[in-house]
Design a protein around this ligand. Structure first.
Ligand code: XMP
Length: 508
């Protein structure tokens, strides 16, 4: 199924919802031509919502010949208005608009609205203009107070439009509307599951790689882990993974990478224990950007040194995801980007390896499901986002092996306690930060002069904005007392109550 993009955010959400209905979907730019659509032979097309008015100069449009292809079309919000405008209806301007919940009222028999939806039910609206007259051949099957044509249907040509947003949770019958359109009106088979993705990708990887050898830089993160496991499933011993251990990982994570990949999955894994080299480069460096640079440069050197030996490798496996491609403008499947798994300066520029990107069609939640399907443990599949330069960005001041060890211990307590409280999946990231200040305290009869640990826990959907997590006070208390009792040199724990913006998630 193709989602025509009239506003990226809307299009992504629709694409994900369609996939939840087990129909594979891809986002395409609105400049796509009827010829290009026909060549892809989609089961259906959805026109997304968008921020513009169809009346403004330069408003995005659709190649009108697409309506003549015989492929079922569903327009949502802006998409519905475009259908009305392009096929001869009227879109009124300067109307009152509706934002938020509205009452949708049936006004005729509908093939799109589910039978069990009451005659009047809630839908989510966000529009200014509204369709005032449907084009010839369309039945108007529902309206709201400010949208006289809220649902329009031409079942002969199989073209439909809804003014509301079926893709958001605030439209309780929205998924049922999408399901009706996809499964019934368009006859799309609900067969796209993670099992089918796995089988299809394994076949694709095998045909791309043939008898050649591939390498994969593992970071321990979800994307590279799932990509590696998937490629290994396809080509077995032709894959070699390289894990550069910077010494800056969270406690136990390096062991976990080795355990998961080498022992459990039997993947050939080169574990480069390079901590000492990184600490060498970080000695005396306190400025955040200088730290990042030092780590990035060293990473490339270490990676090169250890893949240089793999002379016969011709392919590089990368965990590029679908949103990475959309954001870099390559959603139409042409562009390919090198995404550095470590984000620590990227991989060597002169590396001339052919890319294998088996996750490039998937959203993050799908990658997680695929990881589970491949047998990866929950700790890998549900791992929190973690910065490429690792704990170095959570240490204010100089990064030394001793300070990293101390932070690892405090950080492990934060994670353990949050997991014990069952809050792991509600929280986007939770971690400890080590500051380079000291303050006075008392422990027993002794005066102490120690460092504080700052605990940071945030909720977020995409890391662009975040809020500090309202952790229960007794949980904060357990975290605080355990850190002070168990981690030598720490005499104070503070909780960061800054949202993003104005703060950032990490401390540097
Ligand atoms: P900030 O601190 O800018 O972080 O609010 C936003 C998100 O990005 C993660 N982060 C990084 N991820 N390489 C990465 O791959 C990095 O250098 C890096 N720095 C920050 C951070 O953990 C948060 O999820």
């Amino acid at each position: 199924m193709l989602v025509v993009d009239f506003g990226a955010q809307y299009a992504q959400l629709i694409a994900r919802r369609v996939r939840e209905l087990r129909v594979y979907s891809e986002i395409v730019p609105n400049r796509i031509t009827a010829g290009e659509v026909a060549a892809r032979r989609p089961a259906a097309i959805v026109l997304s919502g968008g921020p513009k008015s169809v009346h403004v100069e330069g408003a995005p449009s659709l190649d009108p010949e697409i309506y003549d292809l015989g492929v079922p079309v569903l327009g949502i919000c802006y998409g519905a208005q475009l259908i009305a405008q392009q096929l001869g209806g009227v879109v009124g301007r300067g109307m009152r608009g509706e934002y938020g919940r509205a009452k949708l009222r049936r006004s005729g028999p509908s093939l799109l609205l589910p039978d069990d939806a009451p005659d009047v039910h809630d839908v989510w609206m966000s529009h200014f203009d509204a369709i005032t007259a449907a084009p010839d051949g369309f039945a108007v099957t529902a309206s709201t107070e400010d949208a006289p044509v809220a649902v329009l249907e031409d079942d002969r040509r199989r073209i439909y439009g809804v003014q509301f947003h079926p893709e958001v949770v605030h439209s309780p019958y929205g998924m049922a509307v999408l399901a009706r359109f996809l499964h019934e009106r368009a006859g799309a088979d609900p067969s796209w599951t993670m099992t089918s993705v796995l089988d299809e990708q394994v076949a694709r990887i095998r045909s791309q790689v043939g008898g050649r050898r591939a390498i994969c830089g593992l970071s321990g993160g979800v994307d590279s882990s799932v990509a590696a496991a998937l490629v290994h499933r396809a080509i077995g011993p032709q894959l070699t993974c390289v894990y550069v251990d910077t010494g800056l990982m969270r406690k136990g994570e390096s062991e976990q990478v080795v355990e998961t990949f080498r022992r459990n999955m039997g993947i050939e894994l080169i574990h480069v224990d390079a901590g000492a080299r990184f600490f060498d480069k970080l000695a005396g460096v306190t400025e955040p950007e200088a730290k990042r640079r030092a780590i990035g440069e060293e990473f490339v050197r270490v990676f090169e040194a250890h893949t240089g030996g793999l002379v016969e490798a011709e392919l590089l496996v990368q965990g590029t995801l679908y949103p990475d491609l959309i954001e870099s403008g390559g959603a139409d499947g042409t562009a390919s980007i090198i995404k550095s798994h470590h984000n620590v300066g990227g991989l060597p520029e002169d590396m001339t390896l052919e890319l294998v990107e088996p996750l490039r069609e998937l959203f993050k939640d799908e990658v997680r499901r695929l990881g589970t399907e491949l047998g990866l443990p929950d700790e890998v599949v549900w791992r929190q986002p973690f910065p490429g330069p690792g704990l170095a960005v959570r240490i204010i001041g100089e990064v030394t092996p001793e300070r990293v060890a101390l932070l690892q211990d405090a950080d492990a307590i934060v994670r353990e306690e949050i997991a014990a409280a069952g809050l792991e999946r509600d929280i986007w990231q939770a971690f400890a930060v080590l500051a380079d200040i000291r303050s006075v305290g008392v422990m027993g009869d002794e005066r102490t002069y120690g460092h504080p640990i700052i605990v940071r826990a945030v909720t977020s959907d995409d890391a662009m904005t975040a809020d500090w997590a309202r952790l229960p006070h007794d949980l904060l208390e357990r975290i605080s007392s355990r850190i002070i009792n168990e981690v030598p040199g720490i005499n104070r724990v503070a909780y960061d109550i800054t949202s993003k913006p104005p703060g950032t998630i990490e401390w540097e």
